[in-house]
Design a protein around this ligand. Structure first.
Ligand code: DSN
Length: 425
């Protein structure tokens, strides 16, 4: 027996799957998991508890959980060439909270980018930074190249002498100039923290930058943006002493988590195994695609930021659509045409509700096999919306384009349907 409400829920979820199958999803923080990774989410791991580290649990029943988690930690260390991994944070924000608990006390100063420059909400006063009661000071930022102003940043660092210098953005177009700042960090003696959430899959594939090689102490991340894993988080480190490693483990548990969503941890383990094989090709194609999309939109008169720098070095581009009705209107019109993205603040904006920009990510389109020539077609569809072609008309062409790109790539089940709904009952 299944009641009406349960069937209604299932129908809604099925409708969502179908909608995304027929859409062009371009939210820069999303991706598609592989079928094998998804299988882990409906395993018995989903119903169990584990607390503490493998081998030192507070619950019985973790024999296989421990084996999987130890293997996952080993694969993470190998893939990112580092000696510390904790795969228990249940999201990127929870990973950030763990770093804050391990490395900062209330009242400490942490330097970050500002929200309007693309920083993540967890760095805000009303986010995780506020929860830890730390003071944040923003880096001077050049709008023209969407990156830190090195000379001015050095002055700010020397002036405020932060306990922790934090890097990482949600509109993460270019690598921050870590190498240019390293002498200053050493002089101050601050901890250097990199939130890699948006670019983790690119780092795994040798693109963008390699923060741990550039001297970062701790890297926090979610695992479902350019890294095509489950909704989860992780911490990686390479330049930490034993006390710092212990502090991080303690901050994760019992600090900010209890059990750590074991099914997601197993799905992350599968994704790590896949990325060891596929990350290089996937990351290289992702960056080629985002730059091609930027170029094709720009050629159509759309104001993509940073044309002189090739628009981006990541999976994402930022577009000023103020001439086309602003971010809110354009993002809504795009959704009506089955192109899913989000409105986004640009550096000169003051309102997050009515910003002048949109953010576009190509990682999911790359994952279903799109390449530079498809990026030109996607740009044409977006430009038509910006130029007020009726969304209903554009939607038909979106569906037609997507029909050829519904199969997953860069994973062990290459060629399987990417948006399949698993009907179990
Ligand atoms: N809010 C997410 C994003 O879209 O960038 C990050 O957590």
């Amino acid at each position: 027996m299944i009641n009406e409400e349960a069937l209604w829920i299932r129908d809604k979820v099925r409708a969502h799957n179908k909608w995304f199958e027929e859409s062009i999803p371009m939210i820069a923080s999303e991706n598609l998991m592989s079928p094998l990774a998804k299988e882990m989410l409906i395993s018995d791991f989903a119903d169990r508890y584990a607390e503490g580290l493998p081998g030192k649990r507070y619950y019985q029943g973790n024999i296989y959980v421990d084996e999987v988690e130890l293997k996952a930690m080993e694969m993470a260390r190998e893939l990112f060439d580092c000696n510390f991994a904790d795969l228990r944070p249940i999201s990127g924000t929870v990973a950030n909270m763990a770093v804050l608990f391990a490395f900062a006390e209330p009242g400490d100063i942490i330097t970050t980018c500002a929200l309007a420059q693309g920083a993540h909400i967890s760095t805000a006063k009303f986010g995780a930074f506020g929860l830890r009661s730390v003071e944040s000071v923003n880096y001077p930022f050049n709008e023209s190249d969407m990156n830190l102003d090195v000379d001015e940043t050095i002055k700010v660092l020397k002036d405020v002498r932060p306990k922790v210098a934090q890097f990482g953005l949600s509109v993460f177009l270019f690598p921050p100039p870590l190498k240019d700042l390293m002498d200053t960090f050493d002089e101050i003696g601050c901890t250097v923290w990199y939130d890699a959430a948006h670019v983790l899959g690119l780092i795994a594939g040798g693109q963008f930058q390699d923060p741990l090689r550039e001297g970062v102490h701790i890297l926090s991340s979610s695992t479902h943006k350019t890294f095509p894993g489950p909704n989860h988080g992780m911490l990686l480190g390479d330049n930490l002493d034993e006390e710092q490693e212990k502090a991080l483990h303690r901050a994760v548990f019992p600090g900010v988590t209890s059990s750590h969503h074991l099914h997601a941890m197993a799905a992350l383990a599968v994704t790590l195994a896949e990325m060891k094989v596929y990350a290089k090709d996937y990351a290289a194609q992702t960056v080629k695609n985002s730059r091609a999309l930027g170029e094709a939109l720009y050629e159509r008169g759309i104001e993509v930021l940073c044309p002189d720098l090739g628009f981006t070095r990541s999976h994402a581009i930022a577009v000023d659509v103020s001439a086309h009705g602003g971010g809110k209107t354009v993002a809504q019109d795009l959704e009506d045409a089955n192109i899913i993205c989000n409105k986004n603040m640009l550096p000169s904006d003051t309102s997050a509700v009515k910003p002048s920009g949109i953010r576009l990510g190509v990682q999911e389109l790359t994952r279903v096999g799109m390449r530079e020539s498809e990026m030109t077609q996607v740009a044409e569809l977006i430009a038509r919306i910006c130029n007020k072609d009726p969304p209903a008309k554009v939607k038909e062409d979106v569906k037609e384009l997507k029909r050829g790109f519904t199969k997953i790539r860069y994973c062990f089940n290459e060629g399987e349907e990417a948006y399949r709904f698993h009907e179990l009952v």
